[in-house]
Write a protein that binds this ligand. Structure first.
Ligand SMILES: [Zn+2]
Length: 431
């Protein structure tokens, strides 16, 4: 078999439009493949006259690893100038997107590969950068460029959900004060898909996002789930007035547990004059109190009652504990109508003047949200899938230190948890 070394090399490099000028292989350095394009000479875009090569600047592109080693493509780009002296076009550099997008310092094929490694498989930018022998920013910029196209240029990605959830997520802590920034996840709660994340946890950005959808799209949303937050309620009141609002059970029970905790800490302080210490009975009871009743065995229950007898002289913590268990029992109901009556009566009972203040506050919240709480019994939609999406978001945050820019955070999260159509990766144009 005859073997033309240049031809073999070009086959290995695998880019149809280039000639290989040479390969430099030095110890402890990436393999460098020098190439130039062999496209025909263009015509001037302005006057349609002939052009000349002005010079050939080289650009170094990070490429896919080659034979297990980092590789670079050194592309001698042709810079053209118009021959016609009166033409105003100036000079321009050739652009071959099949080799690399003009703004990026990575080859197109490596760009698609890193996007999948980081975005889909959740590998860290650091790890991938190490494999390619390049810096963190090169990989990150490339993932964001391809990822933005995959997320935002795919008009079908958002689909046509019938149940929408809003949920707050801590987005990043940056700076010396570890500032808390919040974001809002917008989730298709039936399909379990993260549709988008927007900055903040006020009503502004979710409203803007919903306003950007069509009337038809919004009209299809029959259920809207939320935590017990006023801003999200106002988003739904304004933008999805016909959707039935459902308070997420997880957050309702969480609130009851929070109130129980507040009550325990207050009574602790009032009876012993200091915050909980290792041997204080109420401090020792804290985990038993928030545990679900059916998960307390006899020993646990006996121990808890003993600790309360010792540390809760007016029985306030005990009342808050019972209140929490009764709130949990809301979800044992099957009949939506009875559930509504139960929540309404419970809200009133808890506000009794003999109740500790934390329990009264819980009662007021239940009254205020009784429609949304009882609506769960009709729709059985919950933020469960939203919580799942949030867990994925947390994973993305763990593997990426300090997202300082919301835009990057959003793309990384949506690549990982937003179920983009990865089939499109081969055909998208990076932004
Ligand atoms: Zn010209």
């Amino acid at each position: 078999m005859e073997c033309d070394p240049t031809r073999v090399c070009e086959l290995l490099v695998g880019l149809p439009a280039v000639c290989v000028l040479g390969v430099v292989d030095e110890h402890d350095a990436p393999i460098v493949v020098h190439v130039e394009t062999r496209d025909a000479r263009p015509w001037c875009a302005s006057c349609a006259g002939g052009v000349v090569i002005k010079d050939r600047p080289s650009v170094e592109l990070v490429d896919l690893p080659c034979f297990g080693r980092p590789a670079r493509l050194m592309w001698r780009k042709r810079r053209w100038a118009c021959r016609n002296a009166s033409c105003t076009i100036g000079s321009w550099t050739e652009d071959v997107p099949a080799i690399a997008a003009s703004r990026l310092v990575m080859t197109d094929r490596a760009g698609r590969w890193v996007t999948e490694q980081v975005g889909r498989h959740g590998r860290t930018v650091n790890e991938v950068a190490l494999e390619l022998g390049c810096d963190w920013h090169t990989v990150n910029d490339t993932v964001i460029a391809y990822g933005t196209a995959l997320i935002d240029d795919d008009v079908d990605r958002i689909g046509a959900p019938t149940a929408l959830g809003l949920d707050e997520t801590l987005f990043v802590r940056v700076g010396p004060r570890r500032h808390q920034s919040w974001s809002t996840s917008i989730v298709d709660v039936r399909g379990g898909r993260l549709l988008d994340v927007v900055p903040g946890r006020s009503s502004v950005e979710p409203c803007r996002w919903l306003a950007a959808r069509s009337d038809e799209w919004r009209a299809r949303i029959a259920w809207a789930t939320l935590d017990l937050s006023g801003p999200y309620r106002s988003v739904f009141d304004t933008m999805l007035p016909d959707a039935v609002q459902v308070a997420d059970p997880f957050h309702v029970v969480k609130l009851a547990n929070q109130k129980l905790d507040e009550c325990r800490r207050r009574v602790q302080n009032e009876t012993l004059g200091h915050r909980g210490r290792k041997n204080d009975p109420l401090y020792r009871s804290r985990r038993l109190l928030t545990r679900a009743d059916e998960r307390l065995d006899n020993n646990g229950r006996t121990k808890l009652l003993g600790l309360l007898a010792a540390g809760d002289p007016r029985g306030e913590v005990r009342m808050a504990w019972h209140a929490k268990e009764v709130v949990r029992s809301i979800y044992d109901h099957h009949d939506p109508h009875l559930a509504y009556e139960f929540v309404e009566r419970l809200g009133a009972d808890l506000q009794d003047e003999t109740s500790p203040i934390e329990v009264r506050s819980l009662g007021r919240t239940l009254r205020r949200w009784r429609d949304q709480i009882a609506a769960w019994h009709r729709g059985h939609v919950s933020n469960g899938p939203t919580e799942a999406a949030n867990n994925l978001i947390k994973r993305v945050k763990r593997i990426a230190f300090g997202f300082t820019r919301f835009r990057n955070y959003r793309i990384r999260v949506l690549l990982y948890a937003g179920k983009p159509n990865w089939d499109l990766l081969a055909t998208i144009t990076p932004r």
